[in-house]
Every structure is written in C-alpha cells, then in structure tokens.
Write a new protein. Structure first.
Length: 108
C-alpha cells in the first residue's frame, strides 16, 4: 500500500467494455520527508488508478498496485494494476500529525 494524492482525472471515451463506468484518477505517490519526518513529500511519479470510492482532486488516498489491485470485489475482473482502496482522514508518525483531511497539515 502507498499514500498518494489525487492530482487529476483521466477521461477515455473509448475503452474495453469491462472498464466502462469506472472512474480513473491521476494519483501521485507521497512519502514521509526523511529529514523532518513531519511532512509528506512527492515521489515525483504518477499513476492512473481506478477509483470506486469517490475520491476527488486534492484528497490523499491509499493505493495498491500490481496483482493486489484486482483483489477487491469491484476490481477482480478488470485489467488494472492500480486502485484506490481508501480515502485518508489523517496520518500520524511518531505521534506527530502529518496530514488531516480537513486541514493543510504539512503536505508539500
């Protein structure tokens, strides 16, 4: 599992039948800032993820990649390798608040 930020969406009017009706998001994985350990930093990578939860741009989400992306009932028959499996409410590291969904708490 990875923490990622939703940075956009993908619209594809032509796609295989099994993908019709599935929302596609652009997600950018984040990691803990190794120097301060008090904020999240982008990894500089982006992925397209299937979203079955209703995440939106600016949300931090949990994603899984590879074969794990097909382990949910909603995605087990889809040709995907990245899916949003949770919308993050808060992140704490060593009792320090790193992120809270209703506040801008240290994300870059």
């Amino acid at each position: 599992m990875f923490v990622a930020k939703v940075t956009g969406s993908v619209v594809a009017t032509e796609k295989v039948e099994t993908m019709r009706g599935h929302k596609l998001l652009v997600v950018e994985p984040y990691r803990l800032d190794q120097e301060t350990r008090r904020s999240l930093k982008t990894t500089g990578r982006t992925f397209v993820a299937v979203d079955t939860l209703g995440a939106g741009v600016g949300d931090f989400v949990l994603i899984v990649q590879g074969s794990s992306a097909r382990f949910t009932p909603e995605t087990q028959k889809l040709p995907i390798d990245c899916v949003v499996i949770g919308i993050i409410d808060s992140v704490h590291v060593e009792k320090n608040p790193i992120y809270h969904r209703n506040q801008d708490a240290g994300e870059e």
